[in-house]
Design a protein around this ligand. Structure first.
Ligand code: NDP
Length: 280
């Protein structure tokens, strides 16, 4: 069994971005800019946003942090996004979810310029992903493909089974795998005979949000197992895969933490650089 080291791969990606950013600064005197928008004081969201801004600085991007009070109105937030949309120094806009209940997240998402939508969640980018020509694709799914590529895992013709159909992980990763010529099956809570389906997987992506959901009876020998899950059990981070059991059968497997998690933020930075380059 080979352990897929997301920490190492994400560090390499960030190193490459740092180098490219320094080159851009020398060549054109400009660097990419990412604006993070946080509404309210949710501690987990505050940590995520702080981390994103910190990595921006490490890479050499400009970061524009907007930390807004929980009382910010929808109109005020829309106005802030409008200003970020027209600010040439801002190439990527990330609105940290969840937003307070009085703000319609869908409306906010739609207000972001699709060319600055570094999360890849705007319907325009979702549609482009579906037809196979998106520049900005969602970070976690794109990070999963980057891991498969780094470990030279063949995708064309392989049967990829995706557990979960969320707009954030399941559906976009299925599209990306299809684009890479995998035969893709998407499973969800109504899927019948789940074990029969998952046992056919050459590549199994678990994005269910249930700790230890995937056990060794659900995988065949040699499968590549990608665990997207982040669940807290007794204060400890746990994936959707029962790692100890499944690692005995898997060909390659991601740990939690240290697998998919660190890739998400690296790909957010990569998307910001792509959005910047598209404006040059
Ligand atoms: P959602 O809750 O939005 O989606 C979960 C999916 O799993 C749904 O499609 C649901 O089916 C399916 N599901 C639930 N129970 C079962 C079951 N018994 N059998 C089959 N399918 C089932 O979660 P997300 O996609 O947002 O996230 C999934 C996990 O990934 C979470 O643990 C989350 O924390 C983590 N995550 C990690 C990220 C990272 O950076 N590493 C980024 C984003 C998420 P149905 O649609 O029918 O309800």
């Amino acid at each position: 069994m080979v352990l897929i080291d997301g920490k190492r791969v994400s560090t390499e990606i960030r190193g490459r971005l740092e180098k490219e950013t320094a080159e851009l600064k020398t060549k054109i005197g400009r660097t990419p800019g990412l604006a993070t928008v946080l509404v309210g004081e949710d501690p987990a969201s505050a940590v995520y946003v702080r981390n994103k801004n910190k990595i921006c600085h490490e890479i050499g991007f400009q970061s524009f942090g907007q930390n807004l009070s929980a009382e910010t109105t929808e109109e005020e937030l829309l106005d802030i996004i409008k200003k970020l949309n027209s600010n040439d120094e801002v190439n990527g806009i990330l609105v940290q979810l969840p937003l307070p209940d009085h703000i319609d997240s869908e409306k906010i998402l739609l207000s972001i310029d699709p060319e600055k939508d570094v999360d890849g969640f705007h319907p325009i980018n979702v549609g482009k992903l579906a037809i196979g020509n998106a520049l900005l694709t969602p970070c976690t799914p794109t990070g999963i493909i980057a891991l498969l590529d780094y470990y030279k895992i063949e995708i064309p013709g392989k049967h990829a089974v995706v557990l979960g159909r969320s707009n954030i992980v399941g559906k976009p990763v299925a599209h990306l795998l299809l684009q890479r010529h995998a035969t893709v099956t998407i499973c969800h809570s109504k899927t019948k005979n789940l074990q029969q389906v998952t046992r056919q997987a050459d590549i199994l992506i678990a994005a269910v949000g249930r700790p230890h959901f995937v056990n060794s009876d659900m995988v065949k020998e040699g499968t590549v197992v990608i665990d997207v899950g982040i669940n807290r059990v007794d204060g400890k981070l746990t994936g959707d895969v029962d790692f100890d059991q499944v690692a005995e059968k898997a060909g390659l497997i991601t740990p939690v933490p240290g697998g998919v998690g660190p890739m998400t933020i690296a790909l957010l930075m990569e998307n910001t650089l792509k959005a910047f380059k598209a404006t040059q």
